[in-house]
Design a protein around this ligand. Structure first.
Ligand code: M6R
Length: 610
């Protein structure tokens, strides 16, 4: 996820681009850059780090001109650095491109271009686009862009400039958002409406497979095949702050709704075209090393630890290797038994959590191979780990982790399937069956999100309580722990997650009239046992809400007060769906209590102290 902005008109282009990028920093902020057509030609300025670094650079050497493109980056290919920042250009420096998305076949395109004599300076997939456009250019930038994208596979929103046609700005959208802002004698492009809201409220929303050609006085919309289209202009009536959150009241709600995209992005390019194999080209672990793994240790904190609990079951079930999951702050001080045949998996959204980083180093000191699952390319954990699987959830702003957690689950499924294939612990049919079910998850999440109101009512009821319990067995217990943390973190309601069968060993004493209990009941192999545990709390006066599959709702409603149905999936994949109603529950409970949902008290997004 990155932010794109573009301008053509009479204002100070540099200022328009910088102000636009400020509004898009939520989409990524590891580096930024602009390209402006000045009287010297196409000039580019870029800087690693926050946008302020670029601003400082521009103070000394401003780029004065009337057309330009800008970008704020969230690294996917290549670490954050000046050279990997956008805009990218070609050998002739006559073309400039900003890009949001991922070009899946960039390596093969890059090899092809290198063989043709092109020279690359960055590690990015984007640089391939500028070289492709330069190669295809025969006096018409629109045609060159169309030809270039016909070679590309993946997701992209693009802004393109060429020195040969300085009065044109070309924009393309394919599976990454892009809007066009319409002004008087000026026009804009942006990844999101806030980038341009200061200047115009009239926008076109591009659809996938569409492009726009902007001049100062006109905007032409067409398909990427070149067929002109007409589109109704939208008048934006949001205020700027709401718009930054994409119309959602809070970043957390926005991020909950971004999960289908995060699932798709994290899977993109990691399942082969046959849909039968997981491919993880980024892994350095060799098949031989994989075959030699004797045990796995998963280490993380908070929500990432809860993803690790799911990861434990996934790897044990699919790969049949013993797996332990531990919280990082405990792991490093308990003298863990780690050998060179131990695969240690550290999980961290931010990649900067001090305890997790220390655990990584502890494991490496014993000779273990450490694989990181992280959402931030170039983070300390990503840099220090021996291997990295990047989750492509995009920047997570709300302190309460949602889309990062579910993307971590997707990463564990991918890894589990990959290891299983290499070690031959699942049949090809079993692997293909799980992959097919995984591919259905994004749409299933979308379906649940459309039913969020059902959760809202229950959340308002529980917001009046001070204590609450989550129960479940197996993977349901792992999800219950995440649900409980989420609720505590932002609603400040005390809650505990219990293995449903363990309650009767003490905690049942706390169940009294009216206490809410949320029962996760998706694991069919233990469903009857879970129902017995539900009856134990019901008999003591609890108000029970069950999360289960549609087919079990009628049966469960004989034992519980309310039930929320999740779409049917394989037992192993259920956490990726069952957690969504729990995220919504916490969100709405926090809202009902009037809390600061995105910035809960006493907490921080990135915990860099031990
Ligand atoms: O950045 P990390 O994933 O390493 O962060 C770990 C925890 O601090 C984090 O998951 C925390 O528990 C979340 N705020 C929970 O929503």
């Amino acid at each position: 996820m990155c932010g794109i902005v573009g301008y053509i008109g009479k204002r100070n282009t540099q200022n328009v681009l910088i102000e636009g990028l400020k509004k898009l920093e939520y989409r990524g902020y590891d580096s930024a850059g602009i390209a402006v057509f000045t009287d010297k030609g196409l000039e580019i300025a870029k800087a690693k780090g926050r946008l302020a670094n670029l601003e400082t650079k521009l103070e000394n050497a401003p780029l004065i001109g009337s057309v330009g493109i800008g970008h704020t980056r969230w690294a996917t290919h290549g670490k954050p650095s000046d050279v990997n920042s956008h805009p990218h250009t070609d050998d002739s420096h006559k073309f400039s491109v900003v890009h949001n998305g991922i070009i899946e076949n960039y390596l093969e395109l890059k090899e092809e271009l290198i063989a043709e004599g092109h020279t690359f300076v960055s590690e990015t997939d984007t640089e391939v686009i500028s070289h492709l456009i330069a190669r295809e250019y025969e006096g018409d930038i629109v045609k060159a862009v169309q030809k270039a994208i016909s070679h590309m596979r993946g997701a992209y929103a693009l802004g393109v400039l060429t020195e040969y046609e300085p009065n044109k700005l070309v924009a393309v959208r394919q599976a990454s958002p892009l809007i066009i802002g319409i002004g008087e004698g000026e026009n804009f492009i942006g990844s999101d409406i806030p980038a341009i809201l200061e200047y115009t409220r009239n926008v076109y929303i591009l659809n996938d497979g569409e492009m726009a050609v902007l001049t100062q006085d006109a905007v032409e919309l067409m398909t990427i095949e070149g067929n002109f289209i007409s589109r109704e202009m939208i008048r934006v009536d949001w205020d700027a702050t709401t718009a930054e959150k994409g119309g959602f009241e809070h970043f957390m709600l926005k991020e909950i709704h971004e999960q289908p995209k995060a699932y798709r992005d994290t899977m993109r390019g990691r399942i082969d075209v046959s849909g039968k194999h997981v491919v993880l080209p980024e892994l350095k672990l060799t098949p031989e090393q994989i075959k030699n793994i004797r045990n796995v240790q998963i280490v993380a904190c908070g929500t990432a630890y809860h993803a690790g609990l799911v990861g434990r079951s996934v790897i044990e079930q699919l790969v049949k290797i013993p797996v332990e999951t531990d919280v990082a702050s405990e792991y490093r001080y308990r003298s863990p038994i780690v050998t060179p045949e131990t695969l240690v998996i550290v999980v961290s959204q931010s990649g900067e959590t001090a305890d997790t980083l220390a655990a990584l180093r502890e494991a490496q000191s014993h000779g273990a191979h450490v694989l990181a699952i992280t959402n931030v390319v170039g983070s300390s954990i990503a840099r220090d780990a021996d291997d990295v699987i990047t989750t492509l959830a995009g920047p997570e702003i709300a302190v309460a982790s949602t889309k990062a957690y579910t993307s971590q689950l997707i990463a564990f499924y991918l890894l589990g399937l990959y290891l299983a294939e290499v070690r031959g612990t699942q049949t090809p049919e079993q692997i293909a069956h799980i992959i097919a079910a995984m591919q259905a998850l994004p749409e299933q999440v979308e379906k649940m999100l459309s039913q969020a109101d059902a959760i809202k009512d229950f959340a308002e009821q529980i917001s009046k309580h001070e204590d609450l319990f989550f129960i479940g067995r197996g993977l349901d217990y792992a999800v219950a722990q995440e649900g409980s943390l989420k609720l505590k973190e932002i609603s400040y309601i005390h809650s505990e997650a219990y293995a449903a069968g363990e309650l009767k060993h003490g905690t049942l004493a706390l169940i009294e009239d009216g206490i809410p209990v949320i029962a996760l009941a998706t694991q069919e192999s233990v469903l009857e046992k879970t129902v017995s545990n539900i009856k134990e709390v019901k008999a003591r006066g609890a108000e029970v809400m069950a999360i289960t599959f549609e087919e079990h709702v009628a049966g469960l409603l004989k034992s519980v007060d309310q039930a929320f149905a999740i779409p049917k999936t394989l037992p192993i994949l259920t956490p990726a769906l069952a957690v969504v109603p729990l995220q919504l529950l916490s969100y709405y409970a926090s809202l009902a209590r009037g809390n600061d949902v995105d910035k809960p008290r006493n907490l921080a997004k990135s915990v860099t102290v031990e």
